[in-house]
Write a protein that binds this ligand. Structure first.
Ligand SMILES: CC(C)(COP(=O)(O)OP(=O)(O)OC[C@H]1O[C@@H](n2cnc3c(N)ncnc32)[C@H](O)[C@@H]1OP(=O)(O)O)[C@@H](O)C(=O)NCCC(=O)NCCS
Length: 332
């Protein structure tokens, strides 16, 4: 068994890496929502300026049996790395995951990172190997979110009515110039407000250029849909909801929903989600979302719309100073 870095310049190697990641991650997870190949290709062939990613391959002879990715944020959270380890089901429990993890840790240390985090998604009742693996490498839980699913169209009871004091403003793709300042303010409020449990992270701060580059990159892989609520009396924006539809997919991914502090209590969150869902093409039959169980308001909003919990997503973190040094893996 040996570990090496993915040759990002080789299209066949990229495809093989993606296939192993996809098949391994789906093996125990019927409800997994994973990055599609075109979005993966973009991050490998045209990396963004705010993160560096290193991708590892575990090979048994010529056969690719497992993969791992280490993401190193470059703008904030410079002490952190994010990782994902995936091993094909038929090659598990032979130490492949641990070898990949050792490479991740060595690279994270070389980049000056003090801790490595990762998300582990498992069925709420049956669990899965991810948590046992995370525990075995010394990672501890810092936060948990529920992964929820909603079937569309919304039932009659879930149709949300927008408070008449507000008008709905929607757009697809890039935020129009006239709303960018207000939208940036809401996006930064969201990044500061979203509950992250014991995860000790600096919030991402968006300026116009960073928002524009994120919009441009997302639009290459997703239909980006935004619904906002604007108070009629003074034109103040009270909240937004952000929905992605991967190109060619029949599912949607509910990202941020925020109601600004002064505008809470009008059920704007549910109304904005429902507006976005109502405007989707009829081919979109499912929406995925993630919410912390401790985020009572959003959890209630989601279950009232008809979302049900299908997975628990555990945010795990390993403190590299506490890990015993292991012999570096061979072949690197
Ligand atoms: C988690 C995963 C990467 C483990 O890969 P692996 O090659 O089987 O892992 P290893 O053989 O190196 O196992 C290392 C240790 O993890 C623990 N472990 C892993 N799978 C386990 C299982 N099914 N049951 C019990 N313990 C398990 C054990 O302590 C094991 O050591 P041991 O075999 O000496 O007892 C693999 O199951 C997988 O790809 N799962 C889907 C993706 C995922 O959840 N990744 C983790 C989060 S990023």
């Amino acid at each position: 068994m040996h570990i090496r870095e993915l040759d990002a310049s080789d299209p066949a190697a990229r495809r093989a890496w993606f296939e192993v990641m996809d098949r391994s991650a789906r093996a125990d997870r019927p409800h997994a929502l994973l990055e599609a190949f075109d979005a993966f290709e973009l991050t490998v062939t045209e990396p963004g300026e705010h993160a560096r990613r290193i991708r590892f391959e575990a090979r048994d002879g010529d056969a690719l049996v497992g993969v791992a990715e280490l993401e190193l944020p470059l703008t904030e959270n410079l002490d952190v790395g994010w990782c994902e380890v995936n091993v094909l089901p038929e090659h598990r429990r032979r130490g492949v995951g641990r070898l990949l993890w050792d490479s991740v840790v060595a690279e994270a240390r070389a980049a000056g990172r003090a801790r490595v985090g990762g998300e582990v998604s498992v069925a709420p009742v049956d669990g899965g190997p991810g948590m046992l693996f995370a525990a075995s490498v010394g990672a501890v839980e810092k936060h948990r979110e529920d992964h929820l699913l909603l079937g569309l169209p919304l039932g009659p009871a879930a149709q949300a009515v927008v408070d008449p004091a507000y008008e709905v403003v929607t757009w697809r793709g890039r935020c129009p110039d006239e709303h960018r300042e207000a939208y940036l303010e809401m996006r930064n409020q969201m990044n500061a407000d979203v509950p992250t449990g014991e995860l000790d992270l600096e919030p991402t701060v968006l300026d116009d250029a960073r928002l524009a580059s994120s919009e441009e990159r997302l639009m290459r892989s997703y239909d980006v849909r935004v619904a906002t609520a604007r108070r009629r009396v003074d034109g103040a924006f009270g909240g937004y909801s952000l929905l992605f539809v991967p190109h060619g997919a029949d599912i949607a991914w509910q990202d941020d929903t925020l109601v600004m502090p002064d505008h809470r209590g009008h059920r704007l969150g549910a109304a904005l989600k429902a507006v976005n869902y109502a405007e989707l093409p009829a081919s979109i039959g499912l929406v995925h979302t993630w919410t912390a169980p401790s985020n009572t308001a959003m959890h209630r909003t989601n279950t009232a719309l008809g979302f049900r919990v299908v997975e628990h997503m555990h945010e795990m973190e390993a403190d590299l100073a506490l890990l015993a040094d292991r012999v570096p893996p061979e072949g690197r």
